[in-house]
Design a protein around this ligand. Structure first.
Ligand code: CO
Length: 140
């Protein structure tokens, strides 16, 4: 019952200039160079710092008319979402639908690192855009 959510997978920070933000994380904060990936379905480029649970993900839009681009326009750079790793994304989504949760994604989409993801609207998640994620394999 209480092991459906595995914990914080990552926090995501929306940035306007991915290269500049990566430089800051590496040169100022001292992270090892990140894993870079373009996630076509979400229309973002990502830079992921760290391994396993608790990573930091920088996200930068690749197109103007996307939710991340609109977020940056409206609010500027900053915390965009938190991501919770779940054991069974389909089961969690079905349960949330049953409880009338405000889902952005009714069905799982493709996320970074080959994961399946779905977002819950901030209005239904105590003010925080929340990503649910089921990774392709257990975290090592
Ligand atoms: Co994310």
């Amino acid at each position: 019952m209480h092991d459906k959510a595995k914990g914080l997978d990552h926090v995501a920070i929306a940035v306007k200039d991915l290269d500049a933000a990566v430089k800051y994380y590496v040169e100022v904060l001292g992270f090892a160079p990140p894993e870079l990936e373009e996630v076509a379905e979400q229309q973002v480029r990502t830079a992921i710092f760290g391994h396993g649970m608790g990573r930091i993900e920088l996200i930068c839009p690749t197109a103007a008319d996307t939710s991340v681009a609109k977020f940056l326009e409206k609010r500027g750079e900053g915390l965009h979402h938190v991501c919770v790793e779940v054991a069974d994304l389909d089961a969690t989504l079905a349960e949330l639908k049953g409880k009338g949760a405000q889902l952005i994604d009714q069905t799982p989409k493709a996320g970074a690192g080959g994961a399946r993801i779905a977002f819950i609207h901030p209005k239904g998640a105590h003010g925080v855009l929340t990503e649910l994620r089921q990774g392709p394999k257990p975290h090592g």
